[in-house]
Design a protein around this ligand. Structure first.
Ligand code: THU
Length: 129
């Protein structure tokens, strides 16, 4: 899948977001090493704290389907400023996905592109246990 197809998949996933409280809908499309694309959207909860971001939904779906190696992830929100992954997602993406390419986009265009290692410098992970 090329970049624009992966961005389109994340935009499509965003439409399924359950964001009744924040109204801030996010979609993610995670590409595995073999080219499989697994999507996610944010899912909020009336207790707020149980909310899970689009990126973690995508990663947990992928892991539970048996995927283990990943190349990149697209994150889409309807904002002109880039929507980078939150700290919790950076940690989960790093631990299970390694140094992913992180592509940020909105409904019209790409808004940023980073290596996860640049977003999470000096990470804590299993190598330090
Ligand atoms: N959110 C994501 O799903 N991913 C991000 O990268 C940023 C934040 C969600 C969590 C919550 O449902 C809403 O956006 C507002 O924070």
């Amino acid at each position: 899948m090329n970049d624009s197809e992966l961005i389109r998949a994340a935009r499509q996933a965003r439409r399924h977001a359950r964001a009744a409280f924040s109204k801030f809908k996010v979609g993610a499309a995670l590409e595995t090493a073999d080219g499989t694309v697994i999507t996610g959207c944010n899912i909020e909860n009336a207790t707020y704290g149980l909310t899970i971001c689009a990126e973690r939904v995508a990663m947990f779906k992928a892991l539970s389907d048996g995927h283990r190696r990943f190349r990149r992830i697209v994150i889409v929100a309807d904002t002109s400023a880039p929507t980078p992954p939150c700290g919790a997602c950076r940690q989960i993406l790093w631990e299970f996905g390694g140094d992913l390419e992180v592509i940020l986009a909105n409904l019209r265009r790409e808004t940023g592109r980073h290596r996860l290692s640049a977003l999470l410098p000096i990470p804590f992970d299993a190598r330090l246990l």
